[in-house]
Design a protein around this ligand. Structure first.
Ligand code: SF4
Length: 436
């Protein structure tokens, strides 16, 4: 059993999909962003954000809105096309795009024809070199015509928002999708030659029991999902107003959430999945599990990844670009994003330069979260020890020569242990999700 230390889980911590985290971002002009692009060389990854969904789920914390106005979608796509041309024009000739990820929101909230046109813009403007293409999809609107669309762009990786198979829980979170919808979606994606299929699942939902979770995990494995991401629902209605529809008194308590995360880890491991970081699981043949086995696992804005590219260009409202020395986020408000691009201006709005110390600390945090151990220099350990000591005393981490190692049974504490190296967290009042 995982040892339960509520005091060591009490402080909300970032998910560390970047370091510094987005909480440290401040106003940023396009100049530093253009300077950073001009240094990009070798492998580059693209992320395109589609901030629209057919129906908004009550639990969702994403930057997305209802796709109910054709005009809004078409002007957003005009802006995205413009941004693609502007950003691609700045990329040095030595850069090659090896990965393209579509996320949101729901990329399949777009009309399939519009989606193909969007992909064509990438082909026209960026130097694509046999890129690995991935896409997030809403099974409720995954119609058969998406099969040929995905095949035509050679998408081999897809992620379906499943969350739970329980009809009652689906009603409790405003996302009703009968089993037959998932069956149909999986069939479409497999026929389209998707070889790495992820299911997003959740624990900590209102009224959810461990039996509910276990049934969902069994079904996900039976569907043959190559990857499973098991996230804890973060209830922060004061920040995400749409969550007010979820009754806080129906939510499982902290210890029950902890036991649900443990159950997920146990059951998925027993079903043959390799644990990847603290909340992902992958079948041994999947590239994510192979990245774990070969020590090539990384963490970026999409979570745990086998993508080692040093540059990620985020396109679309609120998308974040990552360079070795800079993080830059586009305007979050889709209206302002469209307005800036309509004037041929880059929509960069926020960001943070990465100092040498940020990069060293970011590498330690990434190593700890991806591999459970990291080489840490003596001054950094000494500075962090005040916050590490309670974890070490509880047997959750230990020093092994120059390395700090997280114990096998201490996965839920990984983010808390990593946060000891985040100096910004000692001062920042910003709110994050609970550690489990
Ligand atoms: S479909 Fe996904 S992105 Fe859209 S509202 Fe639901 S959870 Fe959020």
């Amino acid at each position: 059993m995982w040892p339960y230390h509520p005091d060591l889980l009490a402080t909300p911590v970032p998910r560390y999909t970047s370091f510094p985290t987005a909480a440290e971002f401040g106003p940023l002009e396009p100049g530093p962003f253009l300077d950073a692009i001009s240094t990009a060389t070798g492998d580059v990854s693209l992320y395109l954000h589609i901030p629209f969904c057919e129906k908004i789920c009550w639990y969702c914390g994403c930057n997305t809105a209802a796709a109910n106005k054709a005009q809004r979608l078409s002007t957003y796509l005009d802006a995205l096309h413009r941004e693609i041309a502007l950003v691609a024009a700045e990329l040095p000739a030595s850069a090659r795009v090896r990965r393209i990820a579509f996320g949101g929101g729901s990329p399949n909230a777009l009309n399939p024809v519009d989606f193909i046109r969007l992909f064509d813009e990438l082909v026209l403007h960026f130097p694509l070199e046999d890129p690995v293409v991935s896409i997030e999809l809403d099974p409720r609107i995954l119609t058969p015509e998406w099969g040929p669309v995905l095949r035509s762009i050679a998408a081999t990786r897809a992620s379906l928002g499943v969350q739970t198979f329980s009809p009652l829980l689906q009603q409790a979170v405003g996302r009703v999708q009968p089993l037959c919808m998932i069956e149909r979606g999986v069939e479409i994606l497999r026929k389209a030659a998707v070889t790495s299929l992820n299911f997003d699942l959740m624990y900590g939902l209102p009224g959810q029991t461990r039996d509910d979770l276990e049934s969902t995990l069994k079904l996900a494995a039976a569907f043959g999902a190559d990857r499973i991401a098991l996230f804890g629902y973060a209830h922060v209605p004061e920040i995400i107003p749409r969550q007010r529809r979820i009754e806080a008194s129906d939510l499982p308590g902290p210890e029950e959430r902890f036991r649900m995360a443990e159950l997920g880890h146990e059951r998925l491991s027993a079903a043959g999945y390799v644990p990847v970081g603290f909340d992902h699981f992958a079948l041994p043949a999947d590239p994510l599990a192979q990245a774990v086995a070969s020590g090539r696992l990384h963490r970026n804005f999409q979570g745990f990844t086998d993508d080692a590219a040093p540059v990620l260009l985020g396109l679309g409202a609120s998308a974040i670009s990552s360079f070795p020395t800079l993080l830059a986020q586009s305007e979050k408000n889709a209206g302002r994003y469209r307005m800036l691009l309509s004037q041929d201006r880059l929509a960069v709005a926020l960001g943070k330069t990465r100092s040498a110390d940020d990069r060293r600390r970011g590498a330690v945090i990434e190593e700890l979260l991806c591999h459970g151990r990291a080489k840490v220099c003596r001054p950094m350990i000494e500075q962090a020890w005040g916050r590490l000591a309670p974890f070490a005393e509880a047997g959750l981490c230990e020093l092994e020569g120059e390395y700090l190692a997280i114990a096998d049974h201490a996965l839920p504490y990984a983010r808390g242990i990593a946060a000891a190296f985040d100096l910004y967290r000692q001062h920042s009042p910003r709110r994050f999700s609970s550690a489990i």
